[in-house]
Design a protein around this ligand. Sequence first.
Ligand SMILES: C[S@@+](CC[C@H](N)C(=O)[O-])C[C@H]1O[C@@H](n2cnc3c(N)ncnc32)[C@H](O)[C@@H]1O
Length: 252
Amino acid sequence: MKEADWDRYVEAYHDGHPGITEEALQHARHPVHGSAYEWLADALPDPAGDVVDLACGSCPMQSHIAYSSYLGIDRNEAELTAARSAGRGPVALGDVTDLDLPDDSADTIVMSMALMLVPLAETLSQVARVLRPGGTFAAMVPATGPISIQDVPALLALTAALRGPGSLPRQLSRRSLERHLVNAGLAQVRVARQRFPFPLTCDTDARLAVTSLYTPGRTPGQLQRAERWLTAVPGAAQLPVPLLRVTARLPR
Ligand SMILES: C[S@@+](CC[C@H](N)C(=O)[O-])C[C@H]1O[C@@H](n2cnc3c(N)ncnc32)[C@H](O)[C@@H]1O
């Protein structure tokens, strides 16, 4: 799919499903790290100072950060309405590739589950411009691993029903992320990966699993089949949510 088609798809998807990323990631809890949002927050400075949450969605990160000031930015109005309805914010409508923020104005910039959706060089150059020297950037994106042997039956069911496990505009590897961060002038890059188990105990879990994926080009029949097949996986079925977390600092 072309970049412009992806942009339209993602916009329409979030119009129809505001807050769904939060719902799915809160369901996939790690026994030690808790939710993926808690895991991302663990990598932030404490206190985090003036924080900007890029592509904030419903602002699930906010309650996990010890901030002096917080601003969430997203270009989807439905997501921002979900954030406000949950008593979060302030939030502002904006595009991460063209931030209406002064230079050197944030101590911490966080970006959860969105770097794979946006042009990297443009976004990271905005991050480097808005961060104060010594400031921290932390992001989390979907990864291809780790997964565990117990994930295989559900992964096979999902992949067979959807002809692939969902889609993304770009799959970011550890290496490409490191390269882009360094090119943008960021340093001290640290990368970690973690698998968050998404339990499939009932029809509702299967529906959330399928609905929370980007599935451009899939028919309603394929989506329903994916739900049915996930519900039918025997035993304590679960899907893996493998994530990659990256942190970097702007040199002083
Ligand atoms: C998968 S959701 C993640 C939301 C939230 N950060 C979370 O982790 O729950 C991706 C978000 O990125 C936003 N987004 C995509 N492209 C964007 C852009 N160029 N500028 C601002 N927001 C963008 C979407 O509107 C959506 O809310």
